[in-house]
Design a protein around this ligand. Sequence first.
Ligand code: CTP
Ligand code: CA
Length: 225
Amino acid sequence: ETRIGGSGPLSGRKAIVTSGPTHEPIDPVRYIANRSSGKQGHAIAAALARLGADVTLISGPVTIADPAGVRVVRIERAEEMRDAVLSALPADVAVMVAAVADWRVASTAGNKIKKRPGEAPPSLRLAENPDILKTVGHHASRPRLVIGFAAETENVSENGRAKLEKKGADYILANDVSPETGIMGGDRNRVKLIGRDGTEDWPEMGKDDVAEKLAALIEKKLSAQ
Ligand code: CTP
Ligand code: CA
């Protein structure tokens, strides 16, 4: 039994962090998903735990190790992630880092879909997944601080600010995930911190350093009355 929550400036504070992708099944052997290593979300959960927070990390399928001192809830689908997040409320802070699949397959096949020689390939009908960040941002038990990410390939600041408004978040960390940046799957990140009262460009740094800097901001905001 690992120890959750410890001493430090965030002692007694509850944090929810989502991380990794979600997998949306097509049939028992196939799924659709977003690209996500889970590195940034797991690093944020670890950084909050190091400051003494009681952290619940809700993660989709990843290959990296569980962070130390964190309660880990493993899920596969976006609807499972939403249910796990709502079960973990109330909390002081929620940080949504997961790359949630925007759509799931409308009706999952119970058996493996077989190739049928001479027939057209199957079509997938999709249904929209719940927006977990938006749900939490507008929830009756909304955490005092709600933070999201915005992975963009163009118009990073504009798209990030629009997400801040739409989802009822206090901050959005927006990053450019165009293939040429090499950010997806890598160990480094360059984000813009978009808040209600302005935008801050953080220099490129390791995902662990982004996590530390965000945890320090969370500590500062939660300690201000
Ligand atoms: N998010 C979420 N639930 C979803 C989709 C996104 O909680 N169903 C969260 C992500 O974890 C992230 C933020 O919302 O913190 C922004 O995700 P993103 O995919 O960039 O935004 P979308 O609103 O899905 O817009 P789009 O993909 O069309 O750019
Ligand atoms: Ca999306």
